[in-house]
Design a protein around this ligand. Structure first.
Ligand SMILES: C[S@@+](CC[C@H](N)C(=O)[O-])C[C@H]1O[C@@H](n2cnc3c(N)ncnc32)[C@H](O)[C@@H]1O
Length: 310
């Protein structure tokens, strides 16, 4: 049964290319989001605990930058763990708008947040942030709109897509600001291990894309004929995640057949790593003005503030 025609269309287009490539947004159904939460707890996956340590230390200062009576949007909000550090410190927040493509997971996380913050106006938005942002009008009580984009999810974009994301911020957050979490350049071995954990959770997360394709897009991938492959591409400063075909095989999607050779891959994710200067320049190309940077002692991860012109 086809439940997701966009996914089916993108899969057909992916499998028609010489280097097969599909958006990482398709990792995230309820199971994919739960697997991502497990990744965040892995000893090898330094980004989450490092970003949390920065928030733990600097949330009061960050909240002072956000200011009183702000409306906070979180993009790719996931389980809403990190935003709690900000909400605890923010002075009279007007509303919180978490946006995520993984609707079931987001709604469950919002229900839990609302129990903790009964007085906060929380408006979940189940949407794809690579498309038009359909945001409600800024509430008259709110002084300005601030976006929070943690997890270095910006690293999933190509540089051109990242520019489009920054352009969206400029369009939707006039006189506002962006608080952006970025995974910084470091020793490749550390990065490599983060995407090749010993328990195989990242492999299960990667393979979940094929389970979804079978469930939602009328595909017939045989999961035991694919394996997880992640490596650091140093010249392009990114982790690449692929699913490798373990033998020559035919895959059918709806009524179309495709052949994958042994060793051929479906490229499922890029996770770019950044220098602080590099990401600030990319943001500046769309008019964002770099502000303070909060980082950890090892400079493994950064939380970067950008002001957005009126
Ligand atoms: C790497 S996880 C980060 C989750 C959380 N913000 C954190 O920092 O731990 C990426 C999140 O973005 C969401 N996401 C991925 N692609 C998306 C898209 N195109 N539109 C909206 N949400 C998306 C996923 O569902 C997931 O919750």
């Amino acid at each position: 049964m086809i439940k997701n025609t966009e996914f089916q269309r993108d899969l057909i287009s992916a499998l028609s290319q010489a280097q097969k490539h599909i958006s990482p947004k398709y990792f995230y159904d309820a199971k994919g989001s739960a697997l991502f939460d497990q990744i965040c707890d892995l000893p090898e996956y330094y980004p989450t605990r490092t970003e949390l340590s920065i928030l733990e230390k600097h949330a009061p200062e960050i909240a002072a930058h956000i200011g009183s009576n702000a409306e906070l949007i979180e993009l790719g909000a996931g389980s809403l763990t990190k935003v709690r550090y900000l909400l605890r410190e923010m002075k009279s927040p007007i509303s919180f708008l978490p946006m995520d493509i993984s609707g079931e997971h987001l709604n469950a996380a919002v229900a839990e947040l609302k129990r903790e913050y009964p007085a906060l106006d929380v408006q979940p938005i189940v949407a794809d942030y690579t498309k038009d942002w359909l945001l409600p009008k800024l509430s008259p009580q709110a002084k300005r709109r601030i976006a929070f984009f943690p997890g270095s999810t910006i690293g999933n974009f190509s540089p051109v897509e990242a520019q489009a994301f920054f352009a969206n911020c400029v369009q939707h957050l006039p006189s506002g600001a962006l608080l952006l979490g970025v995974d910084l350049l470091k020793e490749p071995r550390v990065i490599h291990q983060a995407y090749n954990d010993a328990q195989g959770v990242t492999a299960a997360f990667n393979l979940n894309l094929l389970t979804r394709a079978n469930d939602e897009a009328n595909a017939d991938f045989k999961l035991d004929q694919f394996s997880h492959w992640a490596f650091y591409n140093a010249p392009l400063k990114r982790i690449e995640m692929h699913l490798v075909s373990l033998k020559k095989q035919e895959i059918t999607i709806a009524d179309q057949s495709f052949v994958m050779d042994e060793g051929e891959t479906l490229h499922t994710e890029n996770s770019h790593k950044f220098s602080i200067d590099g990401i600030q320049q990319l943001a500046a190309s769309q008019g964002l003005q770099a502000g303070p940077v909060w980082t950890d002692a090892q400079k493994w991860f950064g939380l970067l503030w950008f002001n957005i012109p009126a």
